[in-house]
Design a protein around this ligand. Sequence first.
Ligand code: FES
Ligand code: FE
Length: 461
Amino acid sequence: STRNVLSDGTKIEDLIKVDTREVQMRALSDHEIYDLEMQRVFGHSWLLLGHETEIPAENDFIVRDMGSDSVIVARGKNDQISVSLNVCPHRGMKISTVDAGNTPIHKCIYHGWAFRPNGDFLASPVEKECMHGTMMSKAELSLEQARVTLYGGLIFATWDHEGESFEDFLGDAKWYFDILFQRSDKGLEVLGPPQRFVVRANWKTAGEQSAADGFHTLTLHRWLGEVGNYAKSGQEGGADLSPEMIGVEVSSPHGHALRCIDLGRKIRKLTGLDPDVLSVDQKLDALPPPGVTREMVPQLKRKLSEDQLKVLVSMPPQVGGIFPNVLFAFVYIPQSDGTVLGLTLLHAYVPKGPDQLEFVNWVLAEKDTPQELKEKMLRQSIQLFGTSGMVEQDDSDTWPHMTTAAKGARGRKSTLKYQAVYATGAPEGWPGPGIVNEGFTKDDTQWHWWLHWHELMLANA
Ligand code: FES
Ligand code: FE
């Protein structure tokens, strides 16, 4: 569609007021906007579909979504991973109707047309009797292919075959993402299949929050500071979560976002020493990153630059987003025995209509992480995050309310207001690239998220 005006006359351009930093609330529920963003945002972005360790063997496959389209993600010959549109070219039946499996042949249940894991058309069961040489070429009957890339084993795909490379898509944020996803010899693996559950909310309520909204922790997740281990781990009185709000935030012209949170307090508590006097090695020894044991530390040193290591041990990226709909969390969770347990998680918020999203939650660990630690990480993740997790039940309770509010006759005319946007700049000597701001968490990252959404909505018309 080349339309830049909605049916009531509103211009797409006016959905965002750049000078006052406002977003028209109707964007969180409007079906016309939703249809356009499926083409303009999800049709042109690199989308997270899963991790290659979900399909370790030849002919393994998983069924996932790219925006509003179902796709088959399969491992074929020579370890080639393909992403095929899950629509039969015959009469449009969904070819794979299960979530995952292993098969050398994907056969459509309607009339039996059959396809290879890489989407190649194989045969139709009654070709001789039925077709009499009237069939199109095999290439024309094969499944539509998305462009695929693997990054730290994560499977990303896009329908935009001419668009930017994955590297360009990550841009400056890659330097930071490499610290998380490319830091060990064998890389990450999934700890079981992802949890998947539906939330009655527009995907952008979750997508925007994933662009490093730190501020809400103080109110929505306030209980974290009042009960349990966070409270115990704090200074006397416990409840103050605000030290966790201080760090470095990285915004990106591509809408990616990172919150790098100061580890100093935790390291001080664990060692009793001033973190400023500790070397990189001493910090790694005191508090290795999530899923990394002391034995694995040499791997970090091989894979990461000195500057990346410095960031990892002092102000590591802990939460943030990959545009448009992914959240990552590489967090350090205080335990009752005074130790800290690191968790590694990824979420995708898959749009399922203007009022619905599917929350897909992967729990990950380094392949080399000892089994016992993996189990601890999995258990703690399930307790805190995802479907059953205490923390993210808070978040997924707010998103539906915002979506409903955006449908109200008055509500839809309201705006979202981005107030805390001001550049503080990078701390002195900060080695990483990007739009960097230090200090207390603010709205810069989320505002950049919206700006990129707006840019795609206009550019891909
Ligand atoms: Fe798939 Fe006919 S719709 S074989
Ligand atoms: Fe939250």
